[in-house]
Design a protein around this ligand. Structure first.
Ligand SMILES: Cc1cc2nc3c(=O)[nH]c(=O)nc-3n(C[C@H](O)[C@H](O)[C@H](O)COP(=O)(O)O)c2cc1C
Length: 211
């Protein structure tokens, strides 16, 4: 019997075209192949944070999301697995990436399977994935796979001679490894049961009638 999982991709790149989005798409493609190999269908939802940048600031100021930001938050919080990719700015995740997870309810990612990725100008900042991004998701009680995928500018031109035995090297190898760990984690667990974060438990009319 074929099963399915909901996978959200969050990409926080600013440029157009965005290397962060390119990395997110490559990871999502690799994960898709891993899920297909396990006979699992994927409902893929991509959240491009650049499109919500103004609404995120407004949400911080007003406490309320716009309709499209609400949809984006829901796409992430109701997923079974999350691929989260940020550009590295000043040796950490970008402000836009952090702002999105600031407005997501602190409990909403509990138990979420997560694969992390980041892009940067220099290879020297790859450990930002470990000292900045991973602790953020640990705080949110998500379950992050061991391999996090970093792509520096130099990785994009250097694809991919292979190791001589047909196995990939470099960025492709890291993507494949992270995607495999992610698919194993997501498919090894039951689909997440999530409440709609914006659902009103008691209709407003009923509350009025009761008073
Ligand atoms: C404000 C700013 C700060 C940056 N700081 C770093 C940094 O500390 N380390 C690094 O490797 N790259 C840094 N970069 C380069 C970006 O991480 C890199 O260009 C990224 O891939 C851009 O992603 P995008 O194409 O998706 O917008 C910085 C770029 C900007 C604009």
């Amino acid at each position: 019997m074929t099963t399915s999982r909901r996978i959200a991709v969050v990409s926080a790149g600013l440029r157009q075209p965005s290397s962060t989005r390119l990395l997110a798409d490559r990871i999502a493609d690799a994960a898709g192949r891993q899920f297909a190999a396990r006979d699992v269908d994927v409902d893929l939802r991509v959240v491009e944070l650049r499109e919500h940048a103004h609404d995120l600031t407004n949400h911080l100021l007003s406490g309320f999301p716009s309709a499209s930001l609400e949809q984006a938050i829901k796409a992430v919080t109701t997923a079974d697995g999350l691929i989260a990719v940020s550009p590295i700015f000043t040796a950490s995740y970008s402000g836009l990436f952090k702002t999105f997870f600031d407005v997501v309810d602190a409990d909403a990612l509990e138990g979420m399977s997560v694969l992390l990725g980041a892009t940067g100008g220099t290879e020297r900042h790859s450990l930002a994935l470990e000292h900045a991004m991973r602790p953020l998701f640990t705080y949110l009680h998500a379950i992050v796979v061991p391999t996090a995928v970093y792509a520096a500018t130099s990785d994009w031109g250097a694809e991919d001679a292979g190791d001589g035995d047909g196995a990939p090297t470099g960025l492709t190898r890291r993507i494949e490894r992270g995607a495999r760990e992610f698919a194993e984690l997501v498919t090894g667990r039951e689909p997440r049961q999530t409440a709609d974060p914006f659902a009103v438990p008691t209709p407003f009319e009923q509350l009025l009638a009761e008073n």
